[in-house]
Design a protein around this ligand. Structure first.
Ligand code: KG4
Ligand code: ZN
Length: 396
């Protein structure tokens, strides 16, 4: 099955073409084409993602990205097509609020043949609704033009499934999902999410714990901003902390940060107190030096890792999970990855640990293609007329 996957939930515009085969227990994915444009540089001046700008950039870039993903997949065939008036009218009405996308798409459809694609997978949530809508509307337009069914994908399911996938040895563009003992516990850590979710059987979820306030990625970004570091703050803090990991133990002396809720009986999290504690410490450093930024980054990253692992251990004990997986942008963090690898080795013998390969940690369309395949295999296709963006979509 060939899947065209579209991701526009936040600040990455991404389209991938995946060839998928197998079943839920044993699936094989070949990435035929993968085009991604990050808007990070544009949003940096606002210190965060600016939804109206994200939407405009997605609208401007989707068709060129579609063309380049199809071309890489060798599915782009140039040919003059005549577009029937009723099709033209339907697409124009659908893309009424994105005139630039509408015009580019109409031109693209008039110049290219329908590609051999079996399903279109699109992120329908969670995420920024204006941004999600652009991808959804493109999916609908392509579905109508090419008569291809659409699968509505939950972005977080994409993070989970792609983190369960492993690269085939010596085949760069092949991913495999196989040999995953159930149940799977997933720790989802991104800019908008911090939760522990149990997948008892494939694609069936139960929420085990979640943050009461800030998401981990949000805490990284806010602490970075308080120290005057650019957006997104996660990678900045990670770099500073990593550069200080060889320092002696007393390097962070005097910077005592709390581990909120670490000893309570739930699998819930809280990060706003940690953020406030950093704010108080920063008051002592009106002119913060690079050394102090390193000290604080190190102490902050240690506190976050301790809490994430402690809650994970509690959830594994409570659920009897056989596999544990981390998904979401924060799973790119070197220290968090290392902490989990070491701790699992020492304390969680028998539980399979899965971490996403680095290029699949932050948002991408490959993960949407993987989730799209699982849903399409169950024939869960969306009704074009009722498909909507849902910024707060939950895993069910
Ligand atoms: O999953 P993602 O790309 O987008 C959302 O769905 O939110 O996650 C983005 C988040 C941002 O908060 C970013 O600061 C954080 O992931 N992040 C990191 C690292 N790389 C990205 N946080 C800590 N360490 C990193 N290396
Ligand atoms: Zn994400």
């Amino acid at each position: 099955m060939k899947i065209l996957a579209i991701e526009t939930s936040c600040d990455e515009t991404a389209i991938a073409i995946i060839e998928a085969e197998g079943d839920e227990q044993h699936a094989r994915f070949k990435v035929l084409g993968n085009a991604l444009l990050s808007q990070i540089e544009l949003h940096r001046q606002y210190g965060g993602v600016f939804p109206a700008l994200a939407k405009r950039e997605h609208a401007k870039n989707l068709v060129p990205i579609l063309a380049s993903a199809l071309e890489e997949a060798e599915l782009l065939r140039e040919d003059t097509q005549s577009i029937p008036q009723d099709l033209h009218d339907r697409i124009t009405a659908l893309l009424e609020r994105e005139p630039e996308l509408s015009e580019q798409l109409m031109e693209f459809l008039a110049e290219t043949e329908r590609p051999e694609i079996d399903a279109i997978a699109v992120t329908a949530g969670p995420g920024l609704e204006p941004a999600l809508w652009v991808g959804i509307n493109l999916a609908k337009a392509l579905s109508i033009a090419w008569n291809i069914p659409v699968v509505s994908v939950n972005h977080m399911e994409g993070h989970i499934l792609s983190a369960l996938a492993a690269r085939e040895a010596d085949e760069e563009d092949v991913l495999l999902i196989k040999g995953i003992p159930m149940p799977v516990l997933a720790l989802l850590i991104s800019g908008g999410h911090t939760e522990l979710v149990l997948m008892k059987e494939w694609l069936s979820y139960e929420l085990i714990g979640q943050t009461k306030d800030d998401a981990v990625g949000e805490a990284f970004d806010k602490v970075a901003r308080m120290m005057g570091l650019p957006y997104p703050g996660g990678p900045e803090i990670s770099k500073l902390a990593e550069s200080a990991r060889h320092e002696p133990d007393d390097f962070t002396e005097g910077i005592d940060l709390p581990r909120p809720m670490i000893n309570d009986n739930t699998c819930d999290f809280s990060f706003s107190g940690l953020k406030t504690a950093v704010l108080y410490i920063l008051k002592k450093y009106p002119d913060i030096s690079l050394e102090d930024q390193k000290r604080i980054s190190l102490a902050f990253e240690d506190a976050v890792s301790d809490v994430l692992y402690a809650k994970t251990a509690k959830a594994i004990e409570a659920t009897g999970a056989q596999t544990f997986v981390i998904g979401g942008g924060v799973s790119a963090n070197t220290h968090i990855r290392r902490t989990f690898i070491d701790k699992f080795d020492e304390e969680q013998g028998g539980v399979l640990l899965k971490l996403p390969t680095p290029d699949l940690t932050t948002d991408n369309a490959v993960m949407i293609g993987l989730a799209g395949f699982y849903r399409a295999s169950r024939k869960e296709f969306a009704d074009i007329d009722s498909l909507r963006a849902d910024g707060n979509r939950h895993l069910t």
